[in-house]
Design a protein around this ligand. Sequence first.
Ligand SMILES: C[S@@+](CC[C@H](N)C(=O)[O-])C[C@H]1O[C@@H](n2cnc3c(N)ncnc32)[C@H](O)[C@@H]1O
Length: 276
Amino acid sequence: MATQSVEEHYSQGGLLDRIRTGLAALGATEPLEIDLLAPVDEFHIGGRLATEPLIAALDLGPASKVIDLGCGLGGPARFTAHATGAQVTGIDLTPEFVDTGTALTAMAGLSDKVTLTQGSILDLPFNAASFDAAYMIHVGMNIADKARLISETRRVLRPGGRFAIYDVMLTSDEPLEYPLPWASAPDQNAISAPGAYRAELTAAGFQPISETDRTDFAKDFFARVAASQAAAAGPPPLGLHLVMGANTAAKVGNMVANIRADRIAPVEMIWQKPFS
Ligand SMILES: C[S@@+](CC[C@H](N)C(=O)[O-])C[C@H]1O[C@@H](n2cnc3c(N)ncnc32)[C@H](O)[C@@H]1O
């Protein structure tokens, strides 16, 4: 898949200015509280509510070094550093996300704990065994070469390091409705079935720890978002509409419809690189 096409899908321009305007409307002051940013910087189903259990499964502490693969604006990275004290390195393809995320990290006073860098997770600019743990949230849907993604992750993990994945995965052969939050058109979509992840992880020598289908959680989350939107006069000052642009409703609506029709499902997987 052409990385330029993926990058174009995610780049709207002017993102930091829109977030600054939202923060001003909320009367936010620095250092920013990371909870205030969560509606706009956690770009995945369930937002912070989904990040918390995924990160808890990694058993991190202040001495841990963790890599966030496809970090986006860095919301999960800042949460992880704040909640566990770990040193978090995020990497993402989209320059606008990395630049905006780096500014938000500084505004939150977390620059000593969180570093975001631009690059592809298919070619990680890090030495072997540099990280104690890795996680990837809603990124695999853009990555056709899952074998390469997994072998690169294995390379940078220390022996015994855990790899947590929370991706939207394919659960039927039926065609999907577009646009989607991760793809404007089919050529940007590389969504795979859970079995494809398992096969590549197993082939790379990872060992399974757990797997959870988060469909019920997602449906509940969407119902609560719909109820709060119906009760509100307009969009909130900070939300994913600032990130996804003018066709946010179509992207989210199609994703929800695809999940309700059991064509796709959010799935959490925890795997481990063996000790030897
Ligand atoms: C839906 S967003 C999720 C962002 C973040 N993980 C989060 O949950 O807030 C998907 C992200 O994957 C990134 N991405 C897609 N392909 C990538 C690649 N080959 N290397 C690095 N990042 C990639 C995109 O730039 C985008 O930021």
